[in-house]
Design a protein around this ligand. Structure first.
Ligand code: HEC
Ligand SMILES: [Cu+2]
Length: 459
């Protein structure tokens, strides 16, 4: 018996409507957090899988629903004493409805497993390597191929927080781990999710093929505690030349107050022979061959051995995307919590800020933050502040990096972002974690203004 015309028409109308809905989800500008984009081979592969599943699923759906509708109409109760015929078992049918789904699952499994293995392949030597370290609740990104040595011998690896710069047209190989709970690295428009776990390294790679209009949004996609929703990051995909300028700038010492002894010498030995160790984590990826020219390691002559004329260190902070050109939809709009205020008319003195943090150890910043070129600053619990002034956001990408937010952050970080490790420091401020008010010995607004003036010079 043919299908009654109404359900058939309904089906005919519903299909194009469904397709239209699926297609409208594809525009990247209107939907900046959509996964239906094609800017990396990772997303293309996952997208192809998705399409295959949708097509197969659509056939199954239509088939099953048609049989259901047919049965409902054909065998509906026609009179009061209508009783269905009772049957028991139908071997042919049972074999069929076991075999067909098994076949479909097998067909799906082949490309799925292939894509999973492909996307988590280990770092290849020609790739830009990025170590992603998850913290409650911020992101640390280290580029082990880019290092410098300070005059005192301390080796600095290019390290940023909550902000990734990636060159287009080059493979980027991520190795991911966590220092605390499980997090998940997700940049919807560039790559699917991958978990970060302590004592384990996961891998992910992709090649960005387009310059970002401003920045791509990145998130933590695995519930990780009270500020999980405040754990964002930005990804800037830039031309290779911009990437080079960025890395060169990020490798310079702090742009204020650092001794000007750094010079870029022709590298004595550019090949990385020792495995790049991620601090304290076994089984880190190994880079065995010579990195390409753009991944050169900058070596700095140690005092006494310098044969190269000393070049000026302090170059203007380099960012490929001027912060005011970043589209509004990628800039954080988090409102400032009630009851927090800062007198922005205070003028800060950067030298006073530096002295306060390093000589007087004010606020304990030295114990948690690192600033290359400021030897006292060598903590690792918080983000590296060497180039904090070059970043567009702070605090896991939830606030813009401007005077107001930076001052309020230092004054009362725990009020600005629930649960953070960074203590509430401002005098008279209430610390919601310690459940106490910071005494008069806490930071005054003037001290905070000085620190902020210093941090803002660190482009
Ligand atoms: C107990 C450790 C600790 C101390 C002490 C501390 N911080 Fe932090 N700081 C952190 C942590 C952890 C974060 C990251 C918080 C987050 O985003 O979740 C942070 C974030 C920051 C940020 C934002 C950086 C970014 O890029 O997001 C700034 C700026 C900062 N701290 C400045 C300071 C200054 C200045 C001091 C001293 C006056 C200080 N901190 C003292 C742990 C600390
Ligand atoms: Cu997280």
């Amino acid at each position: 018996m043919p299908l009654p015309t109404r359900p058939r028409r309904l089906l005919a109308a519903a299909l194009p409507a469904l397709l239209a809905v699926a297609l409208t989800a594809c525009s990247s500008q209107d939907y900046p957090n959509s996964v239906f984009t094609r800017y990396t081979e990772n997303n293309r592969d996952v997208g192809a899988l998705f399409q295959l599943l949708i097509v197969l699923g659509t056939f199954v759906f239509i088939f099953v629903e048609s049989i259901l509708l047919y049965t409902i109409f054909k065998y509906r109760r026609k009179s009061e004493n209508d009783r269905p015929r009772h049957v028991h078992g139908n071997t042919t049918l049972e074999i069929l409805w076991t075999a067909i789904p098994a076949l479909i699952l097998a067909i799906i499994a082949v490309p799925t497993v292939k894509t999973i293995f492909k996307s988590q392949a280990h770092a290849s030597a020609d790739a830009v390597q990025v170590q992603v370290i998850g913290h409650q609740w911020w992101w640390e990104f280290r580029y082990p191929q880019f290092t410098t040595t300070e005059a005192n011998g301390r080796i600095d690896t290019l390290t940023t927080a909550n902000e990734l710069y990636l060159p287009i047209g080059r493979k980027v190989a991520f190795s991911l781990t966590s220092v605390d709970v499980i997090h998940s690295f997700s940049i919807p428009q560039l790559a699917g999710k991958r978990d970060l776990m302590a004592n384990r390294i996961n891998y992910l790679w992709f090649t960005p093929d387009s310059v970002s209009e401003g920045a791509w949004n990145g998130f933590c996609a695995e519930y990780c505690g009270s500020s999980h929703a405040n754990m964002h990051f930005k990804v800037f995909t830039v031309r290779p030349a911009d990437f080079d300028s960025w890395t060169k700038n990020q490798l310079t010492m702090a742009a204020f107050g650092a001794p000007a002894v750094v010079a870029v010498a022709p590298p004595a030995d550019t090949s990385v022979k020792t495995p790049q160790k991620l601090q304290g984590v076994p089984g880190t990826p190994t880079l065995t061959s010579t990195p390409p020219a753009s991944a050169r390691i900058m070596t700095v002559p140690t005092p006494g051995t310098a044969t190269v004329p000393v070049a000026p260190v302090q170059q203007a902070g380099y960012v490929a995307f001027a912060h005011d050109k970043i589209p509004a939809h990628v800039m954080p709009q988090t409102p400032i919590p009630e009851g927090l205020a800062f007198d922005e008319s205070l003028k800060g003195d950067p030298q006073a800020g530096l002295d306060f943090m390093t000589k007087k150890m004010g606020g304990g910043c030295i114990g948690c933050h690192r600033i290359n070129g400021a030897p006292m600053m060598m903590g690792s619990m918080g983000p590296s502040l060497t180039h904090v002034g070059s970043r567009s956001t702070i605090a896991g990408g939830i606030y813009p990096n401007d005077t107001k937010h930076l001052s309020l952050w230092i004054k009362n970080a725990r009020h600005m972002k629930p649960g953070v490790i960074m203590p509430t420091l401002g005098a008279g401020q209430y610390d919601p974690v310690q459940k106490m008010t910071i005494p008069k010995t806490g930071l005054s607004d003037q001290q905070i203004a000085d620190i902020v003036a210093y941090l803002q010079r660190l482009k």
